[in-house]
Ligand binder design. Structure first.
Ligand SMILES: [Zn+2]
Length: 108
């Protein structure tokens, strides 16, 4: 497992099966711009409504993940659930890997 000791961000075990249906739908269908940020060494999700706002979001190889958005920090992480950015990143990586059932696997 890759360690990210410098990150103070909360992360959680992902359990997409118990994720809120609405969150999964939003993660899959909303336009969420994702990009790899070399200086942060994780992905960033750019807010569609506020392009100057972005969140750090990442999936770890043990199927846990984190996001710095308020929804995740204040609500979803307390329930062990992903936010829409984590869901979007999971699908993004799965699509890029040509693997249709993303489950939090990390890219190399
Ligand atoms: Zn988020």
């Amino acid at each position: 497992m890759r360690s990210i000791p410098s990150y103070k961000y909360k992360y959680t075990d992902l359990d997409f099966e118990h994720a809120d249906f609405g969150i999964v739908q939003r993660g899959r269908h909303e336009r969420i711009d994702l990009a790899w940020s070399p200086q942060d060494r994780c992905f960033i999700a750019i807010s569609a409504s506020c392009p100057e706002v972005y969140y750090l979001v990442d999936l770890l190889c043990d199927s846990s993940g984190f996001c710095t958005c308020p929804s995740f920090k204040e609500v979803q992480s307390k329930r062990g659930r992903p936010c829409k950015h984590i869901v979007a990143l999971d699908y993004f990586i799965a699509a890029r890997n040509g693997n249709g059932n993303g489950n939090g696997k990390e890219v190399a």
